[in-house]
Design a protein around this ligand. Structure first.
Ligand SMILES: *Cc1c(COP(=O)(O)O)cnc(C)c1O
Ligand SMILES: [Zn+2]
Length: 444
């Protein structure tokens, strides 16, 4: 057992309930609120900020098990409870921080970065949290607890991550997907990894309701981000970002939000670094929502004084097509603490933003498109200074969304005018026709 201590606590400080990490529990039994993992900060403070930075830097991208993974390289801060032999890891994190130099110069800014969280095992940031959750399940099983299966409702990427990590650990996985609302790649990932794939004739919120019922009544372990173990892995995005900037804090971070676990995780990582002295300021956070699924944006307009779930409409950004986000209370708390902004993007705006930035060398998924569009809108409103360092979190790999990408370039996305379309030119295998086309294109 590790010397470091962590436990679940109710996020309502007045309630104050705590639970052990090996309990199968997702909400506070006393008040029903969300739980979060808390760490014994006094114990963590026994190491100085310099010692932590040095430890994390020494482990970063090495092969030594399990610390080469950028999540488990921060194990003491993430989930010290799991023994190394029960860690289920596929080398998470350590993703490229891409300096979007050409894109920045196009819009008159110099310090714009994309954190490429989709360059990972299953192609989205969901791997960061899932490695922690599945490792805890493996640890609990090793300790004699009976967990017959792990299940999740998903807009696509959570199920891909769950299926892969469970397959690697030999744990049965069940995924609840909204029928015809995920991409082909997202559907084929859990199928390939041998999960039981339940395709339900409803939306994500409907799947979420069903999986919660099935899990609580049948002792099946719930892997959605209401399970705060995932947040612990995801919060390493913030730590890794600072690490990649030599422990400097960017001015702004823009991140797309659906169920709102990731924005909460991002905030949690920064607060922990500040408390332990690794950084001394906080960035401002921007949560970007699709206009078709914008309950947090609506709430933001009213200063977060009220929050109402919405019926999410179909959006190209299918992973954030969520009307009733489970982590809303955590997200609002985070946005208040980080002087946050919520912005929204229409289908037209997200599609154009993704395509525009693709032209400078990345390959953006529609959710990253939402974040990029929100960034561009705030830029227009002069929210940023020219010299501000802005990081846009790219949440998934564009290759998971080829229907979206090709649909855009072929002008086939419903209700979207493809301003930056780049269609393939069909030609006979004829020298003159080919050279004529090439020179016309270069002259443009
Ligand atoms: C899950 C997901 C999101 C949204 O994260 P939340 O924690 O649900 O807010 C954004 N983009 C992609 C690609 C995702 O898979
Ligand atoms: Zn409580």
């Amino acid at each position: 057992m590790s010397e470091f201590r962590a436990w679940f606590a109710c996020i309502d400080d007045e309630c104050g309930e705590t639970y052990s990490l090996d309990e199968i529990i997702y909400r506070c039994r006393k008040c029903g609120n969300l739980l979060e993992v808390r760490h014994d900060m006094g114990q963590l403070k026994e190491k100085s900020a310099d010692e932590w930075r040095e430890l994390f830097d020494n482990r970063y991208r090495k092969q030594s098990w399990p610390h080469g993974s950028s999540v488990w390289g921060k194990k003491e801060w993430v989930c010290p409870y799991v023994e190394d032999e029960n860690v289920v890891s596929m080398y998470e994190g350590a993703t490229n921080l891409f300096w979007a130099e050409r894109f920045g110069s196009q819009i008159g800014m110099e310090d714009i970065w994309l954190k490429m969280c989709g360059n990972s095992h299953t192609g989205s940031f969901k791997d960061l949290g899932m490695t922690v959750l599945v490792s805890v399940v493996k640890q609990m099983t090793a300790d004699g607890k009976s967990i017959p299966a792990v299940a999740c409702a998903s807009t696509g990427d959570t199920s891909a991550a769950l299926a892969a990590y469970c397959a690697s650990a030999g744990i049965p996985a069940i995924v609840f997907l909204p029928k015809d609302k995920v991409s082909v790649a997202q559907l084929v990932q859990p199928i390939s990894n041998g999960a039981l794939v339940l395709s339900l004739d409803t939306d994500f919120d409907g799947c979420m309701e069903m999986v919660q019922k099935v899990c609580t009544r049948n002792n099946i372990y719930l892997a959605n981000s209401i399970n705060s173990l995932r947040i612990e892995g995801q919060k390493t995005i913030s730590i890794e970002l600072c690490q990649q900037f030599d422990w400097e804090v960017p001015d702004w971070i823009v991140i797309p939000g659906g169920n709102l676990g990731n924005i909460s995780a991002l905030g949690k990582g920064f607060l922990m670094m500040r408390e332990l002295g690794l950084i001394n300021k906080l960035p401002r956070l921007v949560c970007a929502q699709a206009e078709h699924a914008n309950p947090l944006y609506q709430s933001y307009l009213k200063n977060f004084e009220e929050f109402h779930p919405v019926k999410a409409k179909k959006t190209l950004a299918n992973a954030i097509q969520i009307g009733n986000p489970v982590s809303v209370n955590k997200a609002i708390r985070t946005l208040r603490e980080f002087d946050g902004i919520v912005e929204q993007a229409s289908e037209q705006e997200l599609a154009d933003a993704a395509a525009l930035v693709d032209k400078t060398g990345t390959f953006n998924c529609p959710h990253t498109g939402v974040a990029l569009a929100a960034f561009l809108k705030l830029k227009e409103r002069k929210v940023f200074k020219k010299s501000d360092r802005v990081v846009i979190v790219s949440t998934a790999h564009g290759l998971k969304f080829v229907e979206f990408k090709i649909g855009y370039h072929m002008g086939q996305l419903e209700g979207v005018f493809s301003k930056y379309a780049n269609r393939p030119v069909e030609l006979p295998p004829d020298y003159d026709a080919i050279t004529e086309t090439i020179f016309k294109s270069i002259e443009k």
